[in-house]
Ligand binder design. Structure first.
Ligand code: FAD
Ligand code: MLT
Ligand code: ZN
Length: 487
């Protein structure tokens, strides 16, 4: 039966059409205890599981399951499918589009107990792991063996590799190592009906039919539960240097980007930008000292270089910085190598902690968009103008400029419909006009799924819905997420 229900979304009430499922019973819970054991079934203190990282959505789940093994995931899914009970897969719960929390009262399947690292091949750099391992744990593990993970996010202390795959996470190394679509070699997936799909290849090359693993990378928990992953890790270069420089205009920032790509290309692993308002969110809200002794500037660039030959790399860096200063493209700056690990981490953190800093204002209106570089920053100024008479506290832009990925963020003390209506649908129309993407890396989840048509044609959306129906005909896996409501 289909019915309209009202759900709390973005601290405003919106109606959408969802499939009504039967209610959870005491018998269902006792079956789950039989399958998983008492300690892996939670019915109390579920607030943190029900609340998303941005505190924009609160689900009403009354049951959290914490399987230890793929077999348990399989048994749970077979039962839920048989009973048509909906569920949401949750890893680190750092989704920025409320993808990892229930829309309504879906059962939460937490992957956090599937945390065995299975194997690591020190010759090839191929890591095989269960999907519930924290990204930072994996980074430390492969670092000790001379490798790095091919991606890096500000949320690395909390997010799990399964969640990273499910969102096709981008982050700060994307410019150098590309997307998870390239570095993931294999996945093991439990399908909605409990069947196991074993795609756990460790081969880089395999042209035997459709590459099905790609379907699960970025599927946001709507097609299957990722339980294992094999991933190609790049070698760790012996020395890293991070630089933070002050820039007067966005045009200058683009010139710096071009110069650094041309002259330091063999070293470049990260190229990020932030404006003064984003920097202020870290400095003021998180009570940090200004990285350039209080010398505020309209823009900042944070870039990272890595090499085995440190001396040569730093010599080239010094030359490039001198040339950029001669041309007055940078007004101030600092750099530090990872020999001084504490200062190195601290300098990186001014960029990595912006999301955290913004949240201190109260409510964040978060937009993660792709735009061509020639119009990349223009929308921040347009938005400042549109919101100047509202209760908006901050409009800022930062992001992965090397990937044309802008994080446009606004804040206010509490959620405000007036601000939201000034942003949407105007912003989506603007992005569509410039043939950008309404979600460059965070996915669609619950917050952006209704706007998919701004980035994809009707034929593509219809094909996505067909795939969802084929794999999850009862629509029990993360219903109401990613795709516009299915009816
Ligand atoms: P969750 O948030 O728990 O889940 C995310 C989605 O994946 C949900 O739809 C969930 O149902 C699904 N899912 C989770 N696990 C599985 C599984 N095992 N099988 C199937 N589906 C699953 N994102 C970026 O891309 N780049 C960034 O630079 C970045 N920086 C961030 C910085 C901060 C401070 C924060 C809070 C978030 C950031 N994010 C970033 C967003 C977020 O961290 C990523 O999307 C991350 O990959 C989510 O991982 P998670 O383990 O928290 O997954
Ligand atoms: C980032 O790049 O910092 C993350 O994607 C989080 C954010 O958008 O704030
Ligand atoms: Zn990002």
């Amino acid at each position: 039966m289909w019915s309209a229900i009202t759900a709390k979304y973005g601290r405003q009430w919106t109606s959408t059409v969802v499939k009504r499922y039967r209610s959870l019973t005491a018998y269902d819970i006792s079956r789950m205890r039989d399958l998983l054991g008492d300690t892996n079934v939670k019915t109390d203190d579920l607030d943190s599981f029900n609340t998303d990282w941005l505190h924009t959505h609160k689900g009403r789940s009354q049951l959290v399951l914490e399987p230890n093994t793929t077999r348990q995931v399989s048994q749970v899914m077979a039962y839920l499918n048989d009973q048509s009970l909906p569920c949401v897969i949750q890893s680190g719960n750092t989704s920025l589009v409320a993808g990892s929390v229930p829309f309504d009262d879906e059962i939460i399947i937490s992957m956090a107990k599937m945390r065995q690292i299975i194997s690591f091949d020190e010759t090839s750099g191929i890591l095989v792991t269960e999907s519930g391992v924290v990204l930072q744990t994996l980074e430390d593990y492969v670092n000790e063996r001379g490798y790095i993970m091919p991606y890096d996010l500000g949320a690395k202390g909390s997010c799990l590799i399964g969640g990273n795959l499910a969102t096709n996470a981008g982050g700060l190394r994307f410019i150098r190592y590309g997307s998870l679509h390239g570095s993931v070699l294999g996945v093991e997936v439990v399908l909605p009906d409990g069947r196991l799909l074993d795609l756990m290849s460790c081969m880089r090359k395999d042209n035997t039919g459709y590459d099905l693993k790609q379907l699960f990378i970025g599927s946001e928990g709507t097609l299957g539960v990722i339980t294992k992953v094999s991933i190609q890790c790049p070698l760790k270069l012996r020395h890293q240097t991070v630089a933070l420089v002050a820039v007067n205009s966005f045009d200058d920032l683009l010139k710096i980007y071009h110069k650094i790509r041309c002259d330091l290309t063999e070293y470049l692993t990260t190229f990020e930008m932030m404006d003064d308002i984003a920097m202020d969110a870290v400095v003021t809200n998180l009570k940090q000292t200004h990285p350039l002794n209080g010398n505020s500037s309209p823009f900042y660039v944070m870039f990272k270089l890595a090499a085995n030959d440190c001396e040569h790399m730093e010599k080239r860096l010094a030359q490039v910085i001198e040339q950029l200063m001669d041309k007055q493209l940078i007004s101030d700056g600092t750099y530090v190598s990872d020999d001084n690990l504490q200062r190195f981490q601290k300098l990186k953190s001014y960029r990595e902690r912006i999301a955290e800093g913004l949240l201190v204002d109260g409510y964040s209106y978060k937009y993660d968009i792709s735009l061509p570089l020639n119009v990349f920053y223009e929308i921040v100024n347009v938005m400042k103008d549109r919101l100047k008479t509202t209760k908006c506290l901050r409009v800022c832009g930062y992001g992965h400029i090397g990937d044309s990925n802008l994080h446009l963020n606004m804040t206010s003390k509490v959620f405000d419909t007036d601000i939201k209506s000034q942003i949407e649908p105007f912003l989506y129309e603007y992005i569509a006009k410039h043939k950008g993407s309404i979600s460059a890396e965070h996915g669609l989840g619950l917050m952006k799924n209704r706007y998919l048509s701004y980035s994809k044609p009707a034929e593509a959306i219809s094909m996505m819905k067909d795939i969802k129906r084929l794999i999850d005909p009862k629509n029990i896996l993360n219903p109401n997420k990613m795709l516009p409501p299915i009816n």
